[in-house]
Write a protein that binds this ligand. Sequence first.
Ligand code: PLP
Length: 393
Amino acid sequence: MNKKERRFAGRIKTLVPEGAYEVLAKAQQLEANGKKVIHLEIGQPDFQTFPNIGMEGIRAIASGHTRYTPSAGTPDLQKEIAAYTTARVGKGFSPRQVVVGPGAKPLLFFPMMALLEEGDEVIYPDPGFPSYRAIIETMGAKPIPAPLDEEHGFSFDMQQFKERVSNHTRLVIINSPSNPTGGIVGTKDLEKIAAMAQKYDFWVLSDEIYSRLTYTEDAVPSIISLPGMEERTILVDGFSKTYAMTGWRLGYGLMPEDLAQKVGLLLTHSVGCTAGFTQVAGIEALSGPQKQVEHVRSVFKRRRDTIVGGLNEIPGINCQTPLGAFYVFPNIKSFRRSSEELSDYLLNEAGVAVLSGTSFGDRGEGYIRLCYANSTGKITEALGLIKKALNKL
Ligand code: PLP
């Protein structure tokens, strides 16, 4: 078959690359040509996986955890995740509600595959993690963006949210703390969403992958703990961000048992299972010492304060102080350039790779995203370079 005749399925026609990978490729091209670039684009911890977890993974390979495991995860890891989430969320979960996958992403993808029919409406945050829209569209469902507003601390504008809900709504996606804004959806808004979920009979997918990276005294509320929500919520979490395990590929979801079985079947017939030694390392992550998570959190908090302080000193930039994750989402509207133009300019002129807010949806226009999972030295250097470049505009 020649290239012209080749035809791809309609369901993937809207798929586009993730902005972070595109900017990374552009930055690497500049580096190959000798330019120095500070990377604030890609969202992953700059720490190595904690040593006790790494060693446990190595021991697991050496002792033969190298075979297939049950598709939805080993019973030991399911048990550990159920206990961990019970403690974190303050509500009891059974191991049968747990599905383990290679990363959190499959636990976004497969539950949506199990639930969505052609034409179902799915409300998702805008700006939001790009995979949400990509997966909704791949399933043939209809993406309905709900704005996250700077004025609401980057939580939903509940009036606009309400206007988007109808009998066609099948699923609502929440991501708190959020990528790209670092914002948190508060209990009052979650209660309103929970009431609507029951009235209009929709599911909620709550992506809580940044739940341990928060900088407030209060625990981040989870919608699954509200009355009546356990039977219609998929709680997604994982090891990538909390334990610096992005490359290990380990994530999980908690959901009603019947849905968990269906998602397990989709895993059986796609990835088969998650690597056994990775799962053993996951048990160590959850049950081992948590001091390192606390340490990393305090380091991120200091870096957040450095980057927010530095950005707000640059004339024309207005940056809120996010309560979670490791991103800032400053307002750059005063420069009267599109977010894309400004982020290209910062890469080429300042040698600082950042993402355009529009990589996360139309409502990201007027903002850029910077990831502060980088050393304080690099962050401070980047701030100086950004200031110098923006002063020229
Ligand atoms: N959800 C959000 C909001 C994320 O930011 C990411 C990764 O960037 C993921 C899910 C995917 O995580 P994982 O690496 O575990 O697949």
